[in-house]
Design a protein around this ligand. Structure first.
Ligand SMILES: *Cc1c(COP(=O)(O)O)cnc(C)c1O
Length: 431
């Protein structure tokens, strides 16, 4: 957009009802009162799919064929040779870490800016999560800092594609190959996201997805592991079904768990997949429009995508808020004022690597046996992620359903932020 059309768009946004008066918190009218689209979305096709499974009486994947059908359809949509459906995104990570042979006492490189499950999956293997700082521009794992975190015990790097956009995968893939460390993509938020035209979750040794209620593809709960490596997927398959070989008679080859998806969830996922691309296109268009509007507002910095990112899944819309450009209005007050204008928003993740549960685990008997006092001392010394702390302190999120609204709703968001900025000094003086 040229400067002139941007100004025209901002002017159009300013005539949005309620945008020219005072902020709600100063007694004005809200920019918007309509709700953003609700989630999940369903219709008669979903009802039919669920009823079919119900009436078949085959509710378990061992009896039916619906989980198999979903695996085939998801693999095809992602351009991946193999897919294993599992109970949820956390168990997808646990299963993939098993498939990659992550053992007690190993180390796994993780980002601090992620949902806790990325780290819990590593802890569930009694491996050490080693945190690498965040990139200020993208909010993703900073690939330039990964190599320094590799030790002789490092087995895998697990970038988590927060909001549905990747870390620098050219760098991560190069490091993974050269240092012989596996790359496991936590693509729980990244359905249909892409790196240089390839779907996220298909570039590394394995990729995992979540179909939990908030995710862009959902069945309440659910997850999947993708890989091009048949032997890896077979190890994962055995693990997710208590290591019982497929209707075989051989003894189990390894440990396992029950992490199976039900036929009901698979039926719902199959019907939900019909909407996935259309919803993704709507988010693409709205995110692009919102970015054009927001980057014109001083103090609002939408996250950048890496140059190689050809598509984000836009599970979240994230930007940095600079209070100094808003008369010192603290982020928490900004969020309150924005919510009052009818724009739901949040502050996003806090610093996961500072959470006390990590020390509880590291000081437990098991980790004390597995890792030397010297290794744990170095872990504490290296667990410094100043950029991540800044991202956690300045980040603002909208959820993916915000991006399922209309183009004019994006203009209202920009108008609401513009109005708050115009009255920021008065808002800062409020108690
Ligand atoms: C949602 C999520 C998970 C976990 O998925 P569940 O299905 O909730 O277990 C893991 N990693 C990230 C980045 C997520 O957003």
């Amino acid at each position: 957009m040229t400067r002139r059309t941007a100004v025209a768009a901002a002017a159009a946004a300013a005539v949005v009802t309620g945008a020219s008066g005072k902020p709600v918190l100063l007694g004005g009218a809200p920019v918007r009162t309509a709700a953003f689209p609700s989630w999940p979305v369903w219709g008669s096709s979903d009802e039919t799919a669920l009823l079919q499974v119900l009436r078949s009486g085959k509710w378990f994947r061992g009896y039916g064929k619906v989980v198999d059908a979903f695996e085939g359809k998801f693999a095809a949509a992602m351009g991946s040779p193999y897919c294993l459906a599992v109970a949820n995104g956390t168990s997808a990570l646990m299963t993939a870490l098993h498939g990659l042979d992550v053992q007690p006492g190993d180390e796994v490189i993780v980002p601090p800016y992620t949902f806790i499950a990325t780290v819990n999956a590593v802890l569930s293997k009694a491996a050490l999560p080693v945190f690498v700082d965040t990139d200020l521009r993208t909010f993703q794992m900073d690939a330039t800092k990964v190599e320094a975190a590799i030790t002789e015990r490092t087995v895998a790097i697990v970038p988590a594609y927060i909001a549905g956009a990747p870390a620098n995968l050219d760098k991560l893939l190069e490091i993974s190959k050269r240092r012989k460390v596996k790359l496991l993509e936590d693509a729980a938020q990244a359905h249909l996201g892409e790196w240089r035209g390839k779907k996220l979750g298909t570039l590394g040794d394995a990729g995992t997805f979540s179909f939990q209620a908030s995710k862009n593809l959902n069945a309440g709960e659910g997850g999947a592991v993708l890989s091009a490596d048949r032997a890896f997927i077979e190890r994962c398959h055995a693990y997710h079904t208590n290591s019982s070989p497929k209707r075989g008679t051989q003894p189990p080859a390894n440990q396992g768990a029950n992490l199976r998806l039900t036929e009901f969830q698979a039926a719902l996922l199959l019907s939900q997949m019909e909407r996935l691309e259309t919803q993704a296109k709507t988010r693409d268009m709205n995110a692009a429009h919102l970015t054009k509007l927001l980057q014109e507002i001083p103090g609002i910095t939408p996250v950048s995508l890496e140059e190689g990112c050809t598509r984000s899944a836009w599970h979240l819309y994230m930007f940095r808020y600079d209070a100094a450009e808003f008369a010192g209005l603290p982020r928490e007050k900004f969020l309150k004022a924005l919510a009052a204008e009818g724009v739901p928003c949040s502050s996003g993740y806090g610093p996961l690597n500072r959470q006390p549960f990590l020390e509880t685990v590291l000081q437990g008997r098991g980790y004390q046996r597995l890792f030397s006092a010297d290794r744990l001392r170095r872990w504490r010394e290296q667990n410094h992620t100043p950029v991540n702390e800044r991202v956690c302190a300045e980040g603002v999120w909208f959820t993916q359903t915000t991006l399922l609204a209309g183009r004019e709703d994006m203009e209202q968001i920009a108008a609401a932020i513009g109005k708050i900025r115009a009255h920021a000094a008065e808002l800062a003086r409020l108690g």
